[in-house]
Design a protein around this ligand. Structure first.
Ligand code: MN
Length: 208
């Protein structure tokens, strides 16, 4: 029987994101860590309320709606890794946000540098394992009238994600140690600083 959930193919080779993340890091992260969440989910879901054999339950549905227990944990991690791996491109081909996206970033953070600084602060102050997200949504941080939507940064612990908080995910850094330890050891901040070099801004714009 075919698995219910399949980890999407990478849009680049394992070594393409080096030196931001090495080939060894990408290969282990993708084929071992991310794949394991999919394997777990495919073992856990059949016969439960989340079984999508009828085509009604996508991975995103489960990552949003299941909030406790192993199915929620593995669905959250599986979906978060899809978002993580699809947002990169070869580090040798750097690119920039579009003018529209940059205007939104400037409105929310003052500048791209402002976004990077706030993102790094969130990543280095997240105690333990988790994810740092750039999200779109109504925010307590937004000094605008209610109903306005803008970009802001959200720290999520363990398998959590913005879907569970009614927010739209735009960009994400995996700050579980397995994402950076081979290349950066304890230097999580350096990993975050370098990550921007490999971001595919077209993918980010498409998520808005
Ligand atoms: Mn990971």
């Amino acid at each position: 029987m075919n698995p219910l959930f399949i980890l999407p193919l990478l849009g680049y080779n394992f070594g393409d994101v080096a030196p931001v993340m090495s080939a060894a890091t990408i290969e282990t992260h993708y084929t071992k860590h991310a794949q394991a969440y999919f394997d777990n989910l495919n073992r856990l879901v059949p016969g439960t309320e989340w079984d999508n054999a009828s085509g009604k339950r996508s991975l995103e549905d489960i990552a949003r709606e299941a909030t406790t227990g192993p199915i929620a944990q593995n669905a959250g991690q599986a979906w978060n890794h899809v978002m993580f791996f699809e947002q990169f491109r070869p580090a040798s081909q750097p690119n920039q946000p579009s003018d529209d996206l940059l205007a939104l970033i400037n409105q929310s953070f003052g500048s791209l540098e402002g976004l990077r600084a706030e993102f790094k602060q969130a990543a280095t102050s997240l105690f333990g394992s988790g994810w740092v997200w750039l999200v779109m949504g109504a925010s307590e941080h937004a000094n605008t009238t209610s109903g306005d939507r803008r970009l802001f940064i959200q720290k999520c612990y363990n398998d959590d994600n913005p879907l569970r908080h009614g927010l739209q995910p735009i960009l994400v850094a995996d700050v579980w140690e397995h994402a950076y330890y081979l290349d950066y050891r304890n230097r999580r901040g350096d990993y975050i600083d370098n990550l921007w070099q490999a971001i595919n801004w077209q993918v980010i714009a498409d998520r808005l």
